[in-house]
Design a protein around this ligand. Structure first.
Ligand code: V47
Length: 353
């Protein structure tokens, strides 16, 4: 059977099939991806009103693609006090945020409680705000640093009020590429194991993929299929988020950058092969806002949120340092022909704008 026949029959695609998808032209891929998007979500595009907080940039690990952590490329180490974080949440709560997305570097100097106690403090004062915090990479770091199991860290997260886990730290699962770009931090299998344990607690998470650096198309397909396999077991992933690599201020020397066509093809392929993950997020921070809007017709049905302040990708060149204004965000989605729907962090609908 040809790949087109398999697509027409809605067959689940194998690794060999999925690789062939990249040989199809962009608009053929888009028509299949968009059909799936429309069957699942119609013309709805989800977003949330959120605040990203990155409490420290001091990191034990050195990822070659990272421009955020304090290093000789970015010699400005900081660690926020809990009072400073609470001030940020106080201000953001006045702007109507429904989620704080808290991700830190791997700081061996603060102690475990510094990482966890802030969630308790936020929950106590703002019980209505969803706390999305601690990537699998941070959980692995904390477990190693404090000689605890992943289960221990996860139960401490739950006790402290963490509601869901973000999808960061996945990068690319292929072990050879991983060694090159972020050897030393959480391995691919450990990343998957941690999400599996989190899902086992009845909790939800997201999954990212960093692409457009030294990986190949085959590595991307392998990455997505490892996620599809875990999702078959647990059903705990809400969204898949392909993160487009940003090139400034880091240690990775990448000559050729992705074309818009390659980014859109990858979005469409993700929508086609990840048949068990409900949402594909075009993270406007890394794709640019304009391409994220276009991606709505290539399988993506979520644009993340207003963010307010973004430090990780903006350190590497993305135009996202100050987030997006809510009214502009909503207007852009409407003007591109889609229906903006505000959601909470686990995709309950809050308001059709
Ligand atoms: O894992 C670091 C990435 C991620 C660069 O779960 C870079 O809803 C591009 O995971 N170019 C953290 N990307 C951000 C993240 C995320 C973002 C938005 C929503 C969610 C979610 C998760 O940022 C890291 C890493 O892959 N990153 N450096 C760079 N130069």
């Amino acid at each position: 059977m040809t790949i087109i026949e398999k697509l027409d029959n809605n067959e689940r695609l194998s690794y060999e099939d999925a690789i062939k998808l990249y040989d199809l032209d962009l608009f053929t891929l888009a028509s299949y991806a968009n059909k799936i998007r429309e069957e699942k979500h119609g013309k709805k595009t989800y977003f949330n009103i959120n605040r990203h907080i990155n409490p420290t940039n001091i990191c034990k690990d050195v990822c070659q693609f990272c421009a955020y952590s304090a290093s000789r490329k970015n010699p400005k180490p900081y660690t926020l006090k809990h009072e400073e974080i609470l001030d940020i949440v106080e201000n953001s709560s006045k702007n109507g945020i429904k989620e704080v997305h808290i991700v830190s570097a791997h700081n061996p100097e603060t102690g475990l409680e510094w990482y966890l106690d802030i969630f308790r403090k936020i929950k106590e004062k703002y019980p209505h705000i969803h706390v999305k915090a601690l990537t699998a990479a941070e959980i692995h770091f904390l477990a190693e640093e404090y000689n605890l199991s992943y289960e221990d860290i996860i139960s401490k997260m739950i006790e402290s009020g963490v509601d869901s886990m973000p999808g960061g730290g996945a990068e690319i699962f292929d072990e050879k590429v991983r060694k090159k770009i972020c050897g030393g931090k959480v391995t691919s299998q450990q990343w998957l194991d941690i999400h599996k344990l989190w899902h086992k607690e009845g909790k939800q998470s997201n999954a990212t993929m960093l692409f457009g650096h030294v990986e190949t198309r085959e590595h991307r397909i392998d990455h997505m299929l490892r996620l599809r396999d875990l999702q078959d077991e647990t059903g705990g992933f809400n969204a898949f988020i392909p993160l487009v690599y940003q090139k400034e201020n880091n240690f990775l020397k990448v000559k050729d950058f992705l074309t818009g066509q390659e980014i859109l093809k990858t979005m469409s392929i993700a929508r086609i092969i990840l048949d068990n993950i409900p949402h594909i997020k075009a993270y406007w921070v890394t794709s640019t806002v304009k391409l994220a809007l276009v991606a709505q017709e290539f399988g993506a049905n979520d644009l993340d949120g207003t963010i307010e302040k973004e430090s990780i990708q903006s350190a590497a060149g993305a135009a996202s340092a100050h987030g997006m204004q809510l009214t502009e965000f909503v207007d852009l989605i409407k003007n591109s022909g889609f229906n903006p729907v505000e959601r909470d962090s686990i995709y309950n609908e809050i308001k059709a704008w």
